[in-house]
Design a protein around this ligand. Structure first.
Ligand code: CTP
Ligand code: MG
Length: 250
């Protein structure tokens, strides 16, 4: 194993349109404090001494633009590569994973849409995989009570089925960490199933590990690792960034 393989590699799915954020550029290229979300996310990973390589899955029609964008921002001398992403997040991760050397032991998957994840979370997830877990997700307790409902196609009132005990629920974040071999195996299995008209794609990678019977563990996430999904999230992200810049010249 060479020196680089001992470091984790990170895949950054960044190929989504950002429908819920509203009209504009692809979400990963939208700006926060004058810097694209994707650049914030890649910097957050690059800041970790556990990470040696970052592979970005860019919008398929935007690869040259993303390469130029990353080139124009200093990224701590880390090896950053760009591949074309896919039609779903799951496909984008699979395509990014394919660009990671097979002798890499640990892989992190981090949403471009989580620009403000603290480096401590990145380090803790990588360390938990190193310590023996095959799949690790950072998560936080829920503030709201959650109800399971029967969705109504016509948009009418939704009957409540039940209320899961909030104490046992967690909202999961990224980066999620995996043994590379495990993540590769579950993505290949899911692809084979899809070809046979199988289950729909998952919204997080740990979900695939669970689907095929693997063991996933949760470590503490961080409130600032939230995902920029709706317009209000951008307002919050701008406020968090402004506070960081004021307090430590971030
Ligand atoms: N993603 C991706 N490829 C896709 C879809 C999503 O790489 N085909 C990425 C997004 O760029 C984002 C992450 O997966 O960094 C999390 O997805 P989400 O927050 O749902 O982003 P979007 O799919 O872009 O947003 P929306 O669902 O509102 O359209
Ligand atoms: Mg999406």
């Amino acid at each position: 194993m060479n020196a680089t393989a001992q470091l984790a590699a990170a895949v950054v799915p960044a190929a989504g349109r950002g429908e819920r954020l509203g009209p504009g550029a692809p979400k990963a290229l939208r700006e926060l404090g004058g810097v694209p979300l994707l650049v914030h996310a890649v910097r957050a990973l690059a800041r970790s001494r556990a990470v040696g390589l970052v592979v970005v899955a860019a919008p398929a029609d935007g690869v040259p633009e993303v390469v130029a964008l990353l080139d124009s921002h200093g990224l701590d001398g880390k090896d950053v590569r760009v591949v074309a992403g896919g039609a779903t997040r799951q496909e984008s991760v699979r395509l990014g994973l394919a660009a990671i050397p097979a002798d890499t032991a640990v892989v992190l998957v981090h949403d471009a849409a989580r620009p403000l994840v603290p480096v401590e979370v990145v380090d803790a997830v990588a360390a938990a995989v190193r310590a023996g877990a095959e799949a690790v997700v950072p998560a936080v307790p829920l503030a709201d009570t959650v109800k399971r409902v029967e969705p109504q196609p016509a948009g009418g009132p939704e009957p409540v089925l039940d209320t899961p005990d909030r104490a046992s629920l967690r909202a999961v974040q990224t980066p999620q960490g995996f043994l590379r071999a495990t993540l590769h195996e579950v993505h290949e299995k899911a692809l084979a199933e899809e070809a046979g008209g199988g289950l729909p794609p998952v919204t997080d990678d740990a979900g695939l590990v669970e689907r095929f019977g693997g063991r996933v563990v949760v470590v503490p996430g961080h409130e600032e690792a939230f995902k920029v999904t709706r317009p209000l999230d951008l307002v919050l992200a701008e406020a968090v960034l402004a506070r960081r810049r004021a307090s430590d010249g971030f």
